[in-house]
Write a protein that binds this ligand. Sequence first.
Ligand code: SF4
Ligand code: SF4
Length: 281
Amino acid sequence: EYLIINGVECEPYLTADHRLMLEKADEILEGIRIVQKIVGMPEVRIAVEINKPDAIETLERKILERGLEFQVVPLKVRYPQGDEKMVLKAVLDREVPRGGLPLDVGAVVSNVGTVYAVYEAIVWRKPLIERICTVTGQAVARPANLKVRIGTPIGEVLEDCGGFQEPPVKVVLGGPMMGFAAVDLSTPVTKGVSGIIALGKKEAALFQGNPCIRCGRCMAVCPWGLFPTVLYKLIENQEYAAAWEEGLPDCKECGCCAYVCPSRIPLVQAFKYGKLMSRKK
Ligand code: SF4
Ligand code: SF4
């Protein structure tokens, strides 16, 4: 029924999709036409948050010029709205059942970067060998969005941005909420690396975790209605099967619970570890 194009990019710092929508709007629209034909969805909605008014204006103008029937849906700025189930809820007010797919509620969700890659693959026969990457953070001398070859060591990308203006406390791949810390600067860029964020001293305080005080804040903010404190306890006790039953696979590792936790408990790291251990069993 619906092809939803996700241009939300809700994580702080990241602007790669935003730049892509501004600079490659024609190619994105062509990519949407191709995907629409492949999946056979008659209706197209392009979701963009209202903090990108120039992207909304550009897409609407190009849609009009080309006589397309796509609709741009401006959304309130909310994290983690970039998740496909969240964007579906925001655009169509439809909820994907637990363990289900968007197709179960009559929709296919695709990212703006994906439809652009489809355009390049079909029109130019170009495989996915590069991606747009946001290189930023207080430690970076000249923050920029760069087109980066997949496999390039992140150190070379950072060099291209003038290197470091202060020693980074941590270099994160992806967004600050859902990304992960790079082990070293030889780590390669993969197709999923939307950002390289070199956090400076003021941005990345290192905290010592304290015991849970049962305040319940983590439960109140979890967008998927999970009980993070319960999951954490089960994982801490190595009860991985019980954590799985409690909803561990539904955790999107969005980081909302860890962000509000006054005890600074590394909840997301525990959930990642718990998933790994559950799969090993
Ligand atoms: S990281 Fe997982 S448990 Fe925590 S708020 Fe996000 S989805 Fe919920
Ligand atoms: S927010 Fe932190 S301290 Fe509060 S209940 Fe959750 S895990 Fe415990």
